[in-house]
Ligand binder design. Structure first.
Ligand code: NAP
Length: 430
């Protein structure tokens, strides 16, 4: 019987054998990748005595056409009510309305972890020499940082008000904005005019963005990352930050992160610190908690990726890092993602690429990103056997060079298969 997934008093999910799971087909290539994904997920679930009662919900263009609303309340309520859901890519409406439906869903449900595992699948063409060394799980903070959306347009009343506040309360900080006053703007024009440039009379125009990073926001993210490392037998958690420059935001993230390792997991200094290790006798004994500056990290994931395992980082860093890593192992066609709140139990699993409108309806693109997001969802539900069966079958399919156009074009002499044919080939190998 189809039933809701619920949450036990201790916060764990109670998953029936036939859970009701809302899905969003998505815009653009959603019509191609969703049916392919559903085919494989259903076949894998059935193999292990499970079934999913899919419940369609609408957002994006399909919702706008049907209801005049890009993100109907019923959709948000369904994700809230049924706890776990899966979604294809959504068009972000340009000009007016909600800035991004994806960001809106994350914020409305307070999905504070963006989880992005990145690993190599045998046979996938890659631009690096040893892509098999990449096996990382990124925990990207999903609710804070400059993504909070506190921004003021240059020259606006809001920006002027903010500058006036700085002038009044923090004049030394205002002086750090190179062109934050009329005098500084004019002074630069004088310098330019002195070398023959036409002199312009410019107003003060400062675009302002605010980067909030909180202790609670950091703690819940880092806690989830360390707990994941313990639950999945991982060897290290790396805090990636730019704390040498942004000391009180990214630097604080590092310090609060180490605080979680010590305070919640009993970690102790490794070789005098600041690196930490969970000592013998505690869950996760031997897991190292370390940190690295973001720019060095972006070098090292190319030169020695094997040194990194679970990664916890802030919102913007996480955005860059997950795409850079996805490229190392063969691109965004197979990069999965999940947005999770481990306290309320809410999770939305999603393809990380966009709608790729030029390919929509052609049964052409790679369904791997959405399918592997489904695998993540199965793991989250505790359906680990079915999840592993899909991964093994997908790897066997790719190794047999049965691949969609995106991989085929990087492999000599390989003809691409359709999106649906790729899915069927995986089912055949389950
Ligand atoms: P995109 O849809 O991700 O497509 C960019 C390129 O990525 C495609 O042209 C294609 O590369 C490749 N690609 C995307 N999906 C693929 C797949 N399933 N298999 C293989 N290759 C794939 O990015 P975009 O064109 O910048 O954005 C289009 C729309 O999607 C926008 O409205 C944007 O706002 C939205 N978007 C939504 C999400 C989301 O819902 N999570 C995320 C990002 C963007 P080639 O051309 O090289 O073949």
């Amino acid at each position: 019987m189809a039933e809701k997934i619920t949450r036990a008093a201790n916060g764990t999910l109670v998953v029936p054998d036939e859970p009701i799971i809302p899905y969003l087909e998505g815009d653009g290539t959603g019509v191609d990748i969703w049916p392919a994904t559903q085919l494989v997920l259903d076949a894998a679930a059935a193999k292990f005595g499970k079934k999913i009662a899919w419940k369609e919900v609408l957002a994006g263009e399909k919702a706008f056409d049907a209801t005049g609303n890009w993100l109907p309340d019923e959709t948000v309520e369904a994700f809230r009510d049924y706890l776990i859901g899966i979604k294809g890519p959504l068009t972000t409406p340009v000009g007016g309305g909600i800035r991004s439906l994806n960001v809106a869903l994350r914020q409305l449900l307070d999905l504070y972890v963006c989880l992005r595992p990145v690993r190599y699948f045998q046979g996938v063409p890659s631009p690096v020499k040893r892509p098999e060394d990449v096996d990382m799980v990124i925990f990207r903070e999903n609710t804070e940082d400059i993504y909070a959306g506190i921004e003021y347009v240059a020259g606006s009343d809001e920006s002027a008000k903010f500058l006036a506040f700085l002038a009044e309360s923090f004049p030394e900080q205002l002086a750090k904005i190179r062109f934050g006053t009329k005098e500084q703007t004019d002074g630069w024009q004088d310098e330019m005019a002195a070398i023959g440039a036409p002199r312009r009379d410019l107003p003060v125009e400062v675009g302002i963005g605010i980067k909030p990073v909180t202790r609670s926001g950091t703690e819940r993210l880092v806690f989830a990352a360390i707990q994941y490392a313990i639950d999945h037998g991982r060897s290290s958690v790396t805090l990636v930050h730019k704390g040498n420059i942004m000391k009180f935001t990214e630097g604080a993230f590092r310090d609060w992160g180490y605080g979680v390792a010590k305070g919640h997991f009993g970690a102790v200094d490794l070789d005098g610190g600041p690196w930490q290790v969970i000592p013998e006798g505690r869950p996760g004994a031997g897991i190292v908690i370390k940190d690295v500056i973001a720019d060095a990290f972006l070098q090292q994931i190319l030169t020695r990726p094997a040194e990194y395992d679970v990664v916890a980082t802030l919102n913007l860093n996480g955005d860059y890092i997950s795409d850079a890593l996805a490229a190392e192992v063969g691109g965004i066609g197979i990069a999965p993602g999940a947005n999770v709140n481990y306290i309320t139990g809410h999770g939305i699993f999603e393809a990380t690429h966009g709608t790729a409108p030029k390919y929509a309806g052609q049964d052409k693109v790679n369904p791997g990103s959405l399918l592997l997001s489904g695998v993540l969802m199965f793991e989250h539900l505790g359906w680990n056997d079915a999840a592993k069966a899909i991964v093994d079958a997908m790897e066997a399919t790719i190794s047999a060079q049965i691949v969609t156009y995106d991989f085929a074009r990087m492999l000599d002499g390989v003809e691409p298969v359709k999106c649906s044919e790729f899915a069927q080939a995986i089912v055949d190998r389950l």
